[in-house]
Every structure is written in structure tokens, then in C-alpha cells.
Design a protein around this ligand. Sequence first.
Ligand code: GTP
Ligand code: SPV
Ligand code: MN
Length: 595
Amino acid sequence: MDITVKNRKLSGWIKEVAEMCQPDDIYLCDGTKKEYDLMMSKLLASGSAIPLKKRPNSYLFRSDPSDVARVEDRTYISTVSKDEAGPTNNWIDPAELKKTMRSLYKGCMKGRTMYVIPFSMGPIGSPIAKIGVEISDSPYVVCNMHIMTRVGSRVLDILGEDGDFIPCLHSIGAPLAEGQKDVQWPCAPIESKYISHFPEESLIWSYGSGYGGNALLGKKCLALRIASSVAKREGWMAEHMLILRLTSPEGKQYHIAAAFPSACGKTNLAMMRPSIEGWKCECLGDDIAWMKIGPDGRLYAINPESGFFGVAPGTSYNTNPMAMDSLKENVIFTNCALTDDGDVWWEGMTDDSPAHTIDWKGKDWTPGSPSDAAHPNARFTAPASQCPVICKDWENPAGVPIDIFIFGGRRSNAVPLVSEALSWDHGVFLGATAASETTSANIGAVGNLRRDPFAMKPFCGYNMGDYFQHWLNMGDKLGSKAPKIFYVNWFRKSSDGKFLWPGFSDNSRVLKWMCERIDAKVEAKESPIGLLPKDGDLDIKGINISAENMKELMSVDKAEWKAEIPDIENHFSLFGSRLPERLNKQLKDLSARLG
Ligand code: GTP
Ligand code: SPV
Ligand code: MN
């Protein structure tokens, strides 16, 4: 059962974890295709993976009905002082949390194999990349990590004997007694799930879930929660942002990074096909951006991931054709429906639903059934390299210079389609006060409006008040080279409950206006909440939107916005003395502008 690795820290950690978790076997991952196939063959044999006739090398998984999304209520930032974790994170004292979790981890891998997965976030060997090692007892996690991160022996070569890495311990929390038959999706009950982060020692401990961000620890745990805390100390940024390159008909390139909360449109915008003539969009990343100030003083972004873990429902050839084309082969689908001819299906994928499917719970489903065929948080895991509009620079370790930041969210009212920040501080205020209706990317109620600053509420690894200050500091350092900040809302609804804006490829029209603004080609109109497009400046040629709807979409209702003020005050009061005074000033200015 012994495996040998050169790296001393890793060797010691593997031994320690094996003693605690007591697996039957240990396997060191090398990231090869052969290994992927071996894991899949195990998952096929156990009945967890369902091969898809219609898509080569692609498989469907059905999770336990209790394990369908991230669990924010069970996610912890465990710093020595509670204040360090701040008011937006759950906190337990590290010693206490480790004690609780050690007792859960004790013997938790009995009857299973312990996989050691060395991975790199960012191109292997690049100066900006971070190395992690995930230990997991889930072969499903191994396969997903192969797609989402760079797994391989080269990572161990780079580590050498003394190199450092971020230990990411994961167990599904479902040991097998001798002779006990495994279930299709083993996991632990909700009350013993823990997604824990110890940012002061760059350590991740996850227990009890096999799903997405709870289990693929390179993503939200390492690349956002731990990385954000490292970034604060080192003076860079780790953000919940897509990265795209937009090229104008004249051939000018613009790089845009946009932060929307989970299931609020990042993947769709990242690979959008502009509906306006001559404009081109290429994808660099769909979920996470790491950004550093370059030698020329501009802010450069890389995508630390190597795959997409995207929301399936709503994805179609109409809404997101480039995602659909990325899903033809080599894909892992989770909680989608299975069609009779051996393909996957989900709500919104086709105009007509199939006459019959097996739903995500494994039950017969026909149109008109009371529940969805695919879970609303059903996902695909696909290699980024398969996206037809992946940018040739997506793995360039130097990154791309960001011209525009966009914040936004899902707001059925109040927030206009687009506005421009009056200044960097005002832009930070827009990010800090961003609010969005909750989605099924987290276990919990859906559709409740909440403040989700910078789309980072669930992902900031330290006190959010300090995070706001970090944004202000970055702006001070960038000075005139700072990206311009905009705020968007694709999700405003009319009184009859329909989206006012067509969205998707037509979002290019909004991006075009932003480019014209940064090139000073058009002027903007003042409003209390920021700058708005002047009438006629937003290119809506050729789309079917009535003048009344357009007016409603762009309207800023003073009374509605005045009603936001007490809520923003409440939100800010959470941070006490950690709230930067510059943001309070922005709030006062907004109140004054609203009169
Ligand atoms: P995470 O992976 O959870 O971080 O989500 P995301 O921000 O990448 O969201 P994604 O692009 O997957 O979109 C989530 C849902 O919103 C999907 O069902 C999309 O079809 C829908 N959506 C995305 N963009 C638009 C839009 O412009 N308009 C409308 N109406 N819906 C959209
Ligand atoms: C999100 O919830 O923002 C996601 C999916 O991108 S997960 O990987 O589960 O966090
Ligand atoms: Mn996300």
C-alpha cells in the first residue's frame, strides 16, 4: 500500500492521512488518458457512470438527491480570530473544527482507495500557477479534476523534494464495511458535511459531499477562497470572474472580466457569439480570474482552470452554441436527464422536450411531469480546449490586459440593463453592494434577493471589509491604468414576469457600448446611480424590442432606489470598523444624488 514520492511534505502528509482515513489502498495519479479510462471503468463497473451512446467518451452521473450543489451553510473559513473570517463567512475555531473533522475522517476511507491527485491551477510551471494536491476517495473526483485542472506527474517533478503545495483533503464520508455493497453516489448526510478552509496555513479539508465546488477542491476552495487570502497578502486579485476577448470590426482588442454570482451568466457571456456585425468574442475563462499588475502597470488576468463546470439547464444552440459545441465528446454530465436513444437532455436544451426521459433521480419522466427532468443545478464538465472560440492566449502565462470590469447579478427589478461607474471608488461601491436573486448553485432557497459583493460572498477567504479595502488599494496602485467599471443586469422583468432583454448574443450590444465609452466615442447620460447610454447609443438595430420595453429596461426609479439605501446601510453596518470610509462616502453621495 506504500507509495513513494520525492517531496518530503507530501510524503509525510500522505502517510498521516492514510493513518487517519484508513483506506484499503493508495493510488498516485499521473493525469494520463489511461488513468482516466481506468477510473471510468471502475465507475462503470460500480454502476455510477452511464455511458452515452450519442457522445463519444462521455458519461452521465446521478448524484444522491441530497448532494446536488455547494453547501454554503456548511462552508467554513477557520481563522484563529473570528474577526479575520468576517461577517459574511461561517467560522469555527480551527482547533475545534479540526477535532470534529478528525473524528469524521477517522476510518472514513475504509473499503475504498485513497487517490493522491497532484494538480496545477494555471499552466504547469508558470510563475503565476499554484500547486495543490488533492487526496480524495472518489474516482469521480479524479476524472473531474483531470478536466478542470492540470493533473500530472510533471507537477510532482516541479515540486521536487522541498517545493510547497496546498494540501486539499477530501472524503465523501462513506466508508464501506467488509462485504457492504456500494451505492451509486456515496456521500454523508448534510449535518456531517464540512467544507473547511484554514487560510492561515493554506489548507483545505472537505468532508461528506461529492458534488462540484464541495469536492473539486482546486476550484472554489483553492482558486478562490485560499487564493483570495493569499492575493490580499501579496497584492494581487483572485476573483469569481469570466475572462473574454472582444475584437471590434476595426480589429481592436478589448479584454473584459465580469463577476456575476453563481448561475447568473458567466459561462454564457464568456463564449457568446456577438449578434452585431463584425464583432468577435473569444473565451479565456468562464468562472475564475487571477490578476496581477504587469510590468507596464496594467492588470493582467489568467484563468487558473482548464475546463468548464457549467450549468446545463438553459444551455442550447440558441442560447450558447459554443458551449453546445464543447460538449460533443469527452464530457462528464451530472444530474442531467437520459433520453431513450442514449443522450443527455435538460430543460431548455431543445424547443420540444423528448417524449420520454429518465430523470436525474433515475425515474421515468414525460413532458408535463410535475418535476424537472434535469436538476436545475445539473452540470457538464468539459475540457476548455474543446470550446470552438477558446482564445489562442488562454494558456498564455502572461495573461491578458483587462480593459473593462463588469459586475452584475440577477435582479428582476430596479437595476437597469447597463450603467457605468463614475469613478474607481464608485465602481468598488457598485461591486460591494451588488445584489442578486439566489440560484440553485447553492443548497437553499432560490429567488431570494441578497447582497453578494463582487459575486464573492460564498468565496472570499477573509474579512469582506478588508476585501473591499483591497479593491480600493488595487485601484490606487493601478491609477489611470485601472480598468473601467460597469454594472449590468440581463434579468430585469416586465410586470408580466417576462425578461425585458433578449440576453445571450445580444449582450454583445452592451459590451460594444462599453468599448465605445472607453474609447470616448460616445457620451453618457448622468443618473443618480451612474452613467447611462444616451438615447440611440445602444446598438439595438435588428432586434425585436419595443420602445416601451427599452425604456423600462433602462429606467432608474428614484423611489425604488431610495428604498435600497436602508438595505445598503444594513449591509455596510455588518463590517463595522472594517468598512472603508471611502465606501461610506460613496453611500452618502448616492443618497445625495437621489435627493
Ligand atoms: P456558475 O457556473 O454557477 O458560476 O454560473 P454562471 O455565472 O457561469 O452562469 P451561466 O452562464 O451558466 O448561466 C446560468 C443560467 O442563466 C443558465 O440557465 C443560462 O441559460 C441563464 N442565462 C445566462 N445568460 C443569460 C442572459 O443573458 N439572459 C437570460 N435570460 N438568461 C441567461
Ligand atoms: C458556482 O457555484 O459558482 C460554480 C459551481 O461555479 S461550483 O463548482 O459547484 O461551485
Ligand atoms: Mn461559479
